[in-house]
Design a protein around this ligand. Structure first.
Ligand code: SF4
Length: 231
């Protein structure tokens, strides 16, 4: 790593610390409905794909009402699962994925449970979720952070948008590349607050049409819209 590269990494880390302080003061890290059990969280994250909060919350509740036990869900037809989650959209894709996940969990673990992951170190949990269950990095990190209490930083669409507008990540990259680029740069102990409050900020303020005039990060953000609203 060159001196310039090291300097840039330090600058990103210290900006993330400042962002975390501002967002935490603004939103106080609310509960976003994520799940304490790792398999519950894995299925919940599957339902959030390209769906708004109200839609995926309703879909998860309806799914668990219809199938309180994973065994019954695993035996159900895709069309029955799709019907249960119809309030969340993309029902064909999601029902197929849920069936595939439950099948893979049972094949790998011998039961419908991921609680054994709590005994494994971070790198083994990540490998299990991504390589053996086929999850993406963001989904794996959500399970690790929300359900297993690990200090990892999932980059969802809200986090990616904000980090790119703030030029902490290059524009045009996808979220798997973003996880690689930010590895080791999020200061220890802030990942949970930073992620949750960034999700809230992305939904409320820094959405497709950013409300830069209302943004607590405006003083740190070089995004052109910010200049238009605050100069
Ligand atoms: S200033 Fe605008 S672009 Fe920058 S983080 Fe805030 S809302 Fe997003």
């Amino acid at each position: 790593m060159t001196g310039d590269g090291e300097e840039k990494r330090r600058s990103i880390s210290s900006t993330l610390l400042a962002v975390n302080r501002l967002l935490k003061a603004e939103y106080q890290t609310p509960n976003l409905g994520n799940k304490a059990d790792p398999l519950d969280e894995l299925i919940f994250i599957c339902l959030t794909q390209r769906t708004n909060e109200a839609g995926f919350t309703r879909a998860y509740e309806a799914l668990r009402r219809r199938f309180p036990a994973w065994e019954r869900m695993a035996r159900a037809r895709e069309s029955t699962i799709a019907k249960a989650i119809e309030s969340g959209g993309l029902t064909g894709i999601k029902s197929k994925r849920i069936k595939r996940i439950l099948g893979a969990v049972h094949e790998e673990v011998g039961e419908y449970s991921l609680t054994h992951l709590g005994d494994l170190p971070d790198d083994e949990v990540l490998t299990f979720l991504t390589k053996r269950l086929g999850s993406g990095t963001k989904t794996a990190y959500c399970v690790m952070m929300y359900s297993l209490g690990r200090d990892v930083f999932p980059i969802d669409a809200n986090c990616l948008r904000i980090l790119q507008r703030m030029q902490l990540l290059p524009s045009g990259i996808r979220n798997n590349q973003a996880h690689v680029l930010l590895r080791g740069l999020v200061p220890t102990g802030i990942a949970f607050d930073l992620h949750v409050n960034m999700v809230v900020h992305g939904r409320a303020v820094c959405g497709r049409a950013p409300k830069c005039g209302e943004c607590v990060l405006a003083g740190l953000c070089p995004h052109p819209q910010r200049a238009a609203h605050t100069d």
